[in-house]
Design a protein around this ligand. Structure first.
Ligand SMILES: [Zn+2]
Length: 113
């Protein structure tokens, strides 16, 4: 489980940003997590309360937005949801694709005051 390391890294980035911008408190942290990113939102939620203890984010709410795993078929260029279609193009059945979205793991927004 690498989620703890990831979230600690994110918290450090935000603490740095808060200090640079003289922010006292972040109300909400919104992370964007792609379905193909190998990061499990449930684990992030589980480790988050421990990760924020004794940090500037200790009262900050975590919101996770999941983005779908979308691919483009290398054979017919059809764009489809990889997870729902088991990585197989629903038009031609080809399993070769280019990933268009779903690998994201990033800070989308912070709501601060
Ligand atoms: Zn296809």
């Amino acid at each position: 489980m690498h989620e703890l390391g990831l979230i600690i890294n994110i918290i450090k980035q935000i603490e740095k940003y808060m200090k640079e911008n003289n922010l006292k408190k972040v109300d909400t942290l919104v992370l964007q997590v792609g379905k193909l990113s190998e990061v499990y939102p449930k684990y992030l939620m589980d480790v988050y309360p421990f990760a924020i203890e004794d940090t500037l984010l200790k009262d900050t709410l975590l919101v996770i937005e999941e983005t779908a795993g979308i691919g483009k078929c290398k054979s017919c260029d059809f764009i489809y949801n990889l997870v729902e279609n088991n990585n197989e193009c629903p038009v031609c059945g080809n399993k070769q694709f280019t990933i268009i979205s779903g690998k994201e793991f990033l800070i989308k927004e912070i709501h601060a005051y």
